[in-house]
Design a protein around this ligand. Sequence first.
Ligand code: NDP
Length: 601
Amino acid sequence: MTNAAEIDPNHLDFDPDALRAKYRAERDKRLRPEGNDQYRRIEGSLAHYAEDPYGGVTPRAPREDFTEILIIGGGFGGLVTAARLKEAGFSDLRLLEHGGDFGGTWYWNRYPGAACDTEAPIYLPLCEEVGYVPSHKFAYQPEILEHARRIGRHYDLYDGALFHTAVTDLRWNDDAQEWVIATNRGDALRARFVIMSNGPLNTPKLPGVPGIESFKGHTFHTSRWDYAYTGGSAEGGLSGLADKRVAIIGTGATAVQCIPHLGASARALYVFQRTPSSIDVRNNRPTDPAWAASLQPGWQRERMENFNILTSGGIVEQDLVMDGWTEIIRNLISMANFRGTAIPREEVPRLMELADFQKMNAIRARVDAIVEDPATAEALKPWYRQFCKRPCFHDEYLPTFNRPNVHLIDTQGQGVERITETGVVANGVETPVDCIIFATGFEVGTAFTHRAGYDVTGQDGLKLSEAWAGGMRSLHGLLVHGFPNLMITSNAQSGFTTNFPHAMDERAQHMAYLLRALKARSAHILEATEAGQNAWVDTMLKASRASESFQAECTPGYYNNEGKPNPLSVQNGSYGRGPVRFFQLLEAWRDAGAFEGLEFR
Ligand code: NDP
């Protein structure tokens, strides 16, 4: 990572006021009145953008059967939940998955260069349980997808899985005390318990610019990579592009990973940029076999917790992971050391901001050091606080702009204007291309029912969309009053950590605990009480205020509802005191044994 030297807050080599003003000006250029409505849903004439290019749908007869537990989603969330439930003795499980195999985001996102950005030994869940140590610090997509399959095999989850199966309706039958699940494959399934693990960032989106349908060349979204057209594989070697002029729209975390491969293979590559990403050092490397052999039982949990404490602002004796995520916290600690004192609480935000300025100065200096053309280098510099957008880590992205066939088309925050039959228009100029690749991300903050593809009908016909119309209401993000025997695993009203699978595992273990407790009482129903749910919403609202002003000052993106912080974002967001406190809170709730806010019947 880019080393940030110790800061003496009283003798800075930069002007914080000037940086604040520059950040504000860059943000203001990008604010759009239409906010999150600027994007187009993939439906109707655009529906083909979401089709599965990786494998045909195997015909099967519709199913009508009963399972004790049905899990919606076969990504890491669904897999870890199923694994922990199996370990807890629940064997009658069915998983429904929209993709053609397990893997979730790693099934869909097979673009060349796709890899995890959180180090693999803590990101790949259940490594110790399945006996696996990742091959690299940051594993590539094929290895991660294979790990998802490995979990599926290890825990015998394939037998109960239905792939290429999307839920279209989920309804509680109070007479039978069971859920009834309809799917796009004509299934009429029943289950005592349903766990929703739909995942975030699961619905790709397109920019709301005119002309997308009129383009006569080839086009696809990065989450549905068309290797039949580009040739090559997730490792690159896109030989089909050797004679092609390719446009890529978007420069987020996805584009950063695939652009080096496009640059290496395409005859010409045009990168349409609205906002540059911050690109820190990646320093990926193969796993040292001696280190792998030295690992002691419990190593993965210890490492995950070490990372989680550090990235939540806590202090640990040793930073085990040592990556870009933990670095900003190490900077802060180094400031405290410089001063030889503990940091007074009220000074933390100011020192965090200074550490952030220093970090982003180093990120911008790295652009100058790598990109040869000064104008291109200037355009690639990000002007916002590091966590306003997803930080990226890459060693080949910036050098790609030194290739003579690669052209950055910076739009000064305005984005592409339209698509024509033959190309892309930006800054009033049309660039003719053979292929347009949309690296424009996924729906965030749109209606839950649209992202999931179904609504949920609970007791007395209550719809989840109605129950949540004024904001999400739940106990711990997991249980909802009026929706018995339904559990939801997501970041909302729950502990969020950069290392998603860690939080998924904590929730999975909590769900297994709840179902075991239910069984021990010979009860059949568990449900959040209204009072328990109200109390949790209050806790959420009190805990989360701190991030609001930070979000409002950020450049637009999906982290801040495209620059229009949603009045419901605190209630619908993650627990504001951080994942460490959230996991401790769940543990204390279990230890208390009172099941406060929960009813067993
Ligand atoms: P993002 O939403 O982060 O990026 C979308 C990009 O499209 C942005 O650069 C955006 O610009 C640009 N864009 C949108 N509309 C236009 C337009 N009209 N003209 C030009 N550009 C436009 O999506 P990604 O798929 O890159 O990433 C989504 C998330 O997925 C990440 O934040 C991360 O959480 C996850 N991810 C994780 C990876 C990993 O772990 N290794 C790898 C890849 C993704 P602007 O910034 O101005 O809005």
